[in-house]
Design a protein around this ligand. Structure first.
Ligand SMILES: C[S@@+](CC[C@H](N)C(=O)[O-])C[C@H]1O[C@@H](n2cnc3c(N)ncnc32)[C@H](O)[C@@H]1O
Length: 273
């Protein structure tokens, strides 16, 4: 299993992704505007790794002129189905298909970790106008919540073999969290209290914010959300279904009314060019 396979795995499950993944709270975009000292309204925003459009939709609703960039065919198709009014270009963060100094903001919602930062960093700086802002964020499951921490421990144990194999293949940074955690942290590497894969980008100084939020969803949505993470998508249906069936039983006891309160903390990093 390579990082490339995992990065592309979403394309097989784009409708599941769109229907079940959590969105981001309004306070996140408030923080983006505040740290950038620039409003999103009328700003040119390039949303990279736009996926099915969860972040692009919010940015558009703030009045931004959004251009979405997405490498995957399945994700791009789902984006276009749900957001026919937002332009989308196929491409990736390592070689942006965008003009130099054309963006006020570049956003990566749970997608930066799929890039090669040595290429994506200079590319972001090229496409941002001077003074423009690069905003990276991840929806991290809140492991201060007891049942979340318990689930993360189960995930961590379940994905240990994949983590070891990835480490051996030299993909430790991405594998750590992708294989270990629950919900988005299975991609972003923060699930078990660790840090998401991160490296400095020469010339940029990042400010950070943490923004908590929750949502209450049917257990089936929670499980479909979990199953839409790359760690499960590359695992094979049978193994994934077995783990999710056990989760259904455990969480069914924990949440007898069938509704799960998911808790997240969005980790935001923003730097101006
Ligand atoms: C976890 S999804 C995030 C989607 C969306 N931004 C959101 O908030 O729901 C990660 C996305 O990154 C895309 N991706 C994979 N490799 C990429 C790369 N090198 N540059 C940009 N995006 C990439 C995937 O196709 C996928 O759509």
């Amino acid at each position: 299993m390579t990082t490339g396979n995992r990065a592309q795995s979403f394309n097989t499950a784009a409708p599941q992704y769109a229907a079940n993944r959590p969105s981001y709270p309004p306070a996140l975009l408030d923080a983006v505007e505040e740290l950038a000292a620039h409003p999103l309204k009328n700003a040119h925003v390039a949303d990279i790794g736009a996926g099915t459009g969860i972040a692009s939709t919010l940015l558009h609703a703030r009045g931004a002129n959004v251009t979405a960039v997405e490498p995957g065919e399945g994700m791009a198709a789902e984006f276009r189905r749900g957001n026919p009014h937002i332009p989308l270009v196929r491409g990736d963060g390592n070689a942006l298909p965008l003009a130099t100094a054309s963006a006020d903001f570049i956003t990566y919602a749970q997608a930066w970790h799929w890039t090669d930062p040595a290429k994506a960093g200079p590319e972001a700086r090229r496409v941002l106008r001077p003074g423009g802002a690069l905003a990276l964020w991840w929806n991290i499951t809140d492991s201060t919540v007891e049942w979340v921490a318990e689930q993360e421990a189960r995930l961590h144990a379940f994905f240990a073999p994949q983590r070891e194999a990835a480490k051996a293949a030299g993909e430790a940074a991405k594998a750590t969290g992708e294989a270990a955690g629950s919900t988005e942290s299975t991609e972003s590497a923060e699930s078990t209290g660790g840090v998401h894969p991160w490296s400095d980008i020469p010339g940029l100084e990042f400010a950070e914010r943490r923004i908590p939020h929750t949502r209450r969803v049917p257990l089936a949505t929670h499980l479909a959300n979990l199953g839409s993470h790359s760690a499960f998508l590359v695992l094979g249906e049978e193994k994934a279904a077995a783990f999710l069936a056990k989760e259904r039983a455990l969480l069914g006891t924990r949440f007898p009314d069938g509704w799960v309160q998911e808790s997240y903390v969005v980790h935001l990093r923003l730097a101006t060019n």
